[in-house]
Ligand binder design. Structure first.
Ligand code: ADP
Ligand code: MG
Length: 944
């Protein structure tokens, strides 16, 4: 049934909003927030390392409505006095059924921006019209219907996808779309919820970035700090569950990077900014209720812990709700998150730029995949490397096989270019959002798999033939789709599909009939033009008037005279300035027949489409296997090609806790330097948990310490992800957890200083590391007094060395820490498992200098801070003052609290000071320094 514009609203909108623009504006009174259902006992859950509090809601009756900063910002003051979507009060209630429906929906669902289909438009009313107008830059007007005035805006149906991209994808809004339905008997129109578009429940929208996963995550909390997690990518059907702890949540979030998180409304978070994503809160009754559909899926959830199941049910309920309650054919495999994965904490993923898509990130450097599924697989492997040696070596072996057969590799990559995203398309089929293009994607994937299978089977390398045998090809299906659709024709297909006329006999007959009627129509038009003496006569089919005759008014006289001779003469129903419009029985009959044939054709094509979709869904498992194998082959061939281009080698993966990397490089920094025609200096790393397990790196600022730490951590991640690494050789003993304390992320909004954040992160590392872990610590102990900082740095180093015994890279400017730790003559400080390395600055005679980034054994006692400050543009006067401070014997000599060793040199320096040149305060300081020396080193005080 075709929908036609039908009422005043759509008509007005078509006339142009400017015509009904008015200046008056109404602010509707505030409605109360939804009542809070506190059904559980009060539970307080603390996210230990973040000091954010999460608790079950019990006594409080604060509104838990989702707030969106952008919407608040745009609404400005208006939002302070009115909620996101408020409707008029009862006295001002609209009389129209449409407005009543909108008002009721908005009151019950204030968290959504409601769009209502009216004819060929989507419209928003009341306060939401203002919000929509601001977000999309649309004109908003006051409109009056039967004395009831309200705010109003809208846009044409064809612009829905474009505007959803702005609202949902870019601005994180949740948009409820009420579609219009016509009752076949009463012919009355009604509005019902069709779908709620939220960032985490997007499925087949063209704007969705298919190269990355789009997870919706559901969380369920228990009083003992346990967390049940369930997440789904509706676009690919990936559905997984896991358990975690509240203090690990931030890391889990940065690994999964969900677009939206759904929790029960009764959970109260004092601060949810740490989520860093959209938060949806569902009433506990609907979050926890077992959905009546998807029995099979719910049964699968019984295999998981009660907390995981709770999260899973909450997730499914939210999915069902946002899909407008339509019957979903979801048979998703529910998997337990792989426990054999390398746990990488939030700081590591962020600081090492593993998976974000900014320039220089690891993923950016490696992502030369040719398929969208391949791109997603590579991203997920880097975000969740494995600890399972066999899994890793299998991946590496496949890459090696492609490296040895570069002809086959190049060949397959050509074929991969044509493979569609079958995983996403099949999911769209399951969720009933598919369009014919999705069938074409599945067909191209199946045909690609067919070609890959035959080429891989012809290989002599078992690693490649195994891949070939893993490709089950439902080739009949590809042929059926190929028979139905023209591969090249994508015009109409996106909307309704254009199946080949020769697909079946019925379609063939309908097309023949359609052509015959079109011919009849052309003949009739010509005949009428001649017989009725009206050259401008046209046969028109219009949605508003049906089938009519239209002619220029100048032909009216001759037309009317000639028309009198007809047995059924035309009936004039509209006389416009330059046009006349008539009904004529013969054209109305023919037009209706044409309309009927067109509807029959659409019906038949829809039937064929549905039938093919059913056949495809019955082969879902084999299609998904094909898609997965295509993604794996894409990743393996990509790395094989890159290994030549970027100089990557196969790492050896082993169980012993060793890390022996020769000639390690940092891909991102190396590529950036190449752009400036500079070379990267490779470095080695040798750590063994049972012997020399800690490297302490000292050296000047800008010497490359941080880069070194990161490049080694990245190599571990790449190796355990089953990817070749940027080095000359690499032996990587499996690491179970990778921790980093890098950078200084203030969390000022949470009243946490740099030092506090640093200590919190370090506390987590010290609590969680095992002797199989790897820790990188970059300049711990800043942001406090030097001596206390040194003390903390040393004691952390000692704890890592003595207690945790894990492989550690420790960069510091506190060279005293490195000196003490390696000084065998001071047994209370000496740490035998430590090796010192340093970087240097090379000064040239002309005063210029270069940083030497190659690591050398030993400790550097120069930070060269003044050089770097000079380089950064600090005024010369400041630098000069700093030089004086640095070389002044008083400031240079050991102070009362210093841990510097008392040397003869220090004493000589103090003794050489001419007391007459000192101010009284400096003189006092000098006396104190000397007293301190006598106290700390009586043996040397004889020199004084
Ligand atoms: P530090 O931590 O010692 O202050 P960084 O690791 O931040 O130094 O390095 C500073 C800059 O030096 C980097 O941005 C990079 O351009 C360059 N650099 C670092 N390591 C190397 C290297 N091994 N080879 C060449 N250039 C390097
Ligand atoms: Mg640094």
């Amino acid at each position: 049934m075709l929908c036609r514009p039908w009422n005043l609203y759509s008509h007005n909108a078509k006339l142009g909003l400017s015509k009904i623009l008015s200046t008056s504006r109404k602010v509707y009174p505030r409605t109360e927030g939804s009542a809070v259902r506190g059904v559980r006992p009060h539970i307080r859950i603390t996210l230990a390392s973040f000091s954010h509090n999460v608790r079950r809601k019990a006594e409080t009756n604060k509104s838990t409505r989702n707030t969106r900063p952008l919407a608040n910002l745009l609404l400005g003051d208006l939002n302070k006095t009115s909620s996101h979507s408020e409707a008029p009060d009862v006295a001002d209630a609209p009389t129209s059924k449409l407005l009543q429906t909108v008002q009721e929906y908005q009151q019950a669902n204030p968290q959504y921006l409601t769009l209502v289909r009216v004819g060929d438009f989507y419209e928003a009313y009341y306060e939401q019209a203002d919000l929509l107008g601001q977000l999309l830059g649309l004109m908003v007007v006051d409109k009056t219907v039967k004395g009831h005035t309200f705010r109003f805006t809208g846009f044409g149906v064809r612009q829905l996808e474009r505007h959803l991209e702005t609202l949902v994808e870019r601005q994180g809004q949740c948009v409820a779309v009420l579609e219009q339905y016509q009752d076949p008997i009463s012919k009355q129109y009604d509005r019902k919820l069709d779908r709620i578009f939220t960032p985490g429940t997007l499925v087949g929208e063209q704007f969705l970035d298919s190269r990355r996963s789009n997870f919706l995550l559901s969380l369920s909390f228990s009083p003992d700090q346990s967390v049940g997690m369930a997440w789904i990518d509706l676009a690919t059907g990936e559905f997984q569950m896991a358990s975690s702890q509240t203090d690990e949540l931030a890391s889990e979030l940065s690994r999964l990077r969900p677009r939206e998180v759904v929790i029960s409304e009764e959970i109260v978070m004092d601060d949810n900014t740490w989520l860093g994503t959209q938060l949806a809160r569902e009433p506990s009754a609907t979050f926890l209720r077992e959905p009546s559909q998807m029995d099979e899926l719910i049964k699968k959830l019984d295999n998981f812990s009660p907390l995981e199941k709770e999260a899973g049910i909450g997730l499914l309920n939210y999915v069902i709700k946002t899909q407008g309650g339509r019957e979903l054919d979801l048979k998703l495999p529910v998997l337990r998150d792989d426990p054999r994965r390398l746990k990488v904490d939030q700081a590591v993923l962020q600081c090492l730029e593993v998976s974000n898509r900014t320039r220089g990130s690891l993923l950016k450097s490696l992502n030369q995949t040719l398929t969208k599924a391949g791109s997603r697989l590579l991203a997920s492997r880097l975000a969740s490397p494995s600890t399972h040696i066999l899994t890793i070596t299998n991946r590496l072996t496949l890459i090696e096989a492609f490296r040895s057969d570069s002809v086959l590799c190049a060949n397959l990559r050509e074929d991969l270019k044509g493979a569609g995203d079958a995983q996403r398309s099949i999911q769209k089929l399951s969720l009933r959002h598919a369009i014919p293009l999705d069938l074409l994607d599945i067909m191209s994937a199946l045909r690609c798999a067919q070609v890959l299978k035959s080429k891989l089977s012809a290989s002599t390398d078992p690693a490649l033939t195994v891949q070939g045998s893993r490709l089950p090809i439902p080739s009949i299906l590809a042929n059926t789709i190929g028979r139905a659709y023209d591969d090249g024709s994508t015009g109409d297909m996106a909307t309704r599909g254009s199946i080949r006329p020769d697909y079946n006999k019925h379609l063939c007959d309908l097309h023949a009939l359609k052509h015959r009627l079109e011919k009849e129509r052309d003949e009739l038009e010509l005949d009428l033009r001649n017989s009725l003496c009206a050259k401008s006569l046209k046969l028109v089919s219009s949605p508003g008037y049906g089938h009519i005759i239209e002619l220029n008014s100048r032909d009216e006289a001759t037309f009317s005279a000639a028309a009198r001779s007809l047995s059924h003469s035309p009936v004039l129903f509209q006389a416009l300035k330059g046009k006349r419009r008539y009904y004529l029985g013969i054209w109305s009959d023919l037009g209706c027949k044409m309309e009927q044939v067109q509807e029959d054709l659409i019906e038949e094509e829809r039937g064929v489409f549905d039938d093919i979709c059913k056949q495809v869904l019955s082969e879902r498992d084999s299609i998904l296997t094909c898609s997965r194998t295509i993604a794996e082959l894409d990743v393996a061939t990509t790395i094989a090609v890159l290994s030549h281009r970027l100089g990557l080698v196969r790492p050896t993966i082993e169980a012993s806790p060793i890390l022996d990397i020769r000639g390690a490089r940092h891909l991102g920094v190396e590529l950036a330097l190449q752009g400036k025609r500079r070379q990267f200096t490779p470095n080695d790393c040798l750590l063994d948990a049972s012997t020399t397990r800690l490297s302490v790196i000292t050296g000047p600022n800008m010497g490359g310490k941080s880069t070194y730490l990161r490049q080694i951590a990245l190599i571990v991640i790449m190796a355990q992800a089953g990817i070749y690494v940027p080095a000359e050789s690499a032996r990587v003993g499996i690491v179970d957890q990778l921790f980093s304390r890098v950078g200084s992320a203030d969390n000022l909004t949470n009243e946490q200083s740099t030092f506090m954040v640093e200590m919190q992160e370090m506390a987590t590392i010290l609590r969680k590391s095992s002797h199989r872990s790897m820790v990188i610590v970059d300049e711990i102990g800043r942001g406090t007094s030097t001596h206390e900082g040194e003390a903390i740095a040393f004691s952390i180093l000692k704890y890592l060395h003595d207690q945790l015994k894990c492989r550690t890279l420790f960069a510091t400017h506190y060279h005293s820490v490195a000196l003490f730790a390696s000084d065998q003559h001071r047994p209370s400080f000496y740490l035998p498992g430590i090796v010192n390395y340093h970087t240097r600055v090379h000064r040239l005679e002309d005063g210029s200098f270069t940083f030497l980034h190659g690591l050398l054994p030993g400790v550097s006692t120069h930070s060269c801070a003044l050089l770097v400050a000079q380089l950064a543009g600090i005024p010369p006067m400041v630098i000069q003052q700093a030089e004086e401070f640095l070389h002044n014997p008083i400031t240079q000599a050991p102070t009362q609290n210093s841990v510097y060793p008392v040397t003869n040199q220090a004493i000589e320096k103090l003794m050489s000071v001419d007391v007459n040149t000192l101010t009284p305060v400096d003189a006092l300081l000098l006396v104190q320094q000397l007293q301190s020396l006598v106290k700390r080193s009586p043996s040397k005080s004889s020199n004084l």
